[in-house]
Ligand binder design. Structure first.
Ligand code: 2AM
Ligand code: CA
Ligand code: CA
Ligand code: CA
Length: 265
């Protein structure tokens, strides 16, 4: 990607503008719909924000592709060329119920390689940024590499409440054992922010059984830049065109979590 610097500058400008758009719309009445079930929310503002990015990107970079959660971009079937993977509001439940703790997430991939990751915590006005080979930043200040020696017993681990319910990959007993083993668990309600917090070093791992590409695309690039690893729970590579399980942490914790999940009863 030869014009990466100018794309980065532009993407940062648009993400801040999109944040302003959200802040100006959120205190007016807006429509809330459900998607798969009553807990899976989408608002008019999610859609408007994604449409803002689609309008900007398709005007300035007509050859780029856009994969967005709300489907305002086109259908993307391959990662060839430059693809913007966008979640206009990550943490819609938090947005609706708490008016905070949500983020805009943008990962820019070129021929399948993550080049630019941006996660913008709108209400805190904090921008996390990762550029392949150039480090990760929080509000322009470079983030230190994450601690490679931290172990699972010493880790704060991001989990979500789906873990309290047995599923086909994991039964309750394993979850109880995991919760006992780690130092603490956290559940922020925004996958993008969980990745950003790992990069910042304020949590140590994130494990989840189902995320979409737009939940992961930016976070993986940012975490890579501080020496973290993001894979599926079996250790295989994340596929940015499908749903994935996810473990994200340093190498030591990553190995422990994989062993933990794969061990038989
Ligand atoms: P969203 O707010 O963009 O939908 C909440 O636990 C986290 O999981 C959020 O990052 C949320 O993203 C994501 N998520 C992914 N799939 C989801 C689903 N089907 N329902 C609710 N949240 C989902
Ligand atoms: Ca959603
Ligand atoms: Ca999301
Ligand atoms: Ca979303």
């Amino acid at each position: 990607m030869n014009n990466r610097d100018s794309i980065l500058k532009q993407a940062k400008q648009w993400i801040i503008e999109a944040g302003e758009l959200i802040k100006s719309e959120m205190h007016k009445p807006y429509k809330i719909d459900t998607k798969r079930d009553r807990k899976d929310l989408v608002t008019e503002i999610d859609q408007k924000t994604e449409q803002f990015f689609v309008d900007q990107i398709s005007t300035k970079y007509p050859e780029h592709k856009i994969l967005g959660e709300e489907g305002m971009g086109e259908e993307v079937h391959s990662l060839e060329g430059t693809v913007w993977i966008i979640d206009p509001i990550d943490g819609t439940m938090n947005f609706v119920h708490q008016q905070r703790f949500f983020a805009i997430s943008i990962g820019i991939y070129h021929n399948g390689i993550g080049e630019i990751g941006l996660i913008y915590d709108v209400m805190s006005n904090v921008l996390y940024e990762g550029v392949r080979g150039e480090g990760a930043y929080k509000d322009g200040k470079q983030l230190d590499p994450i601690d490679p020696d931290k172990s699972l017993t010493d880790a704060l681990v991001g989990l979500n409440n789906f873990w309290a319910i047995p599923n086909r990959r994991l039964n309750e007993k394993k979850i109880h054992d995991l919760v006992r083993k780690v130092k603490g668990t956290r559940s922020y309600g925004s996958a993008a922010l969980e990745f950003a917090y790992i990069a910042e070093g304020i949590i140590d791992a994130y494990i989840t059984m189902r995320l979409q590409p737009w939940d992961i695309a930016a976070g993986k690039i940012i975490v890579d830049e501080v020496g973290g690893i993001t894979t599926r729970v079996d250790g295989s590579e994340i596929d940015m065109l499908t749903g994935n399980t996810v473990i994200c942490s340093n190498k030591a914790i990553h190995e422990s979590l994989m062993t933990f999940i794969q061990q038989k009863e």
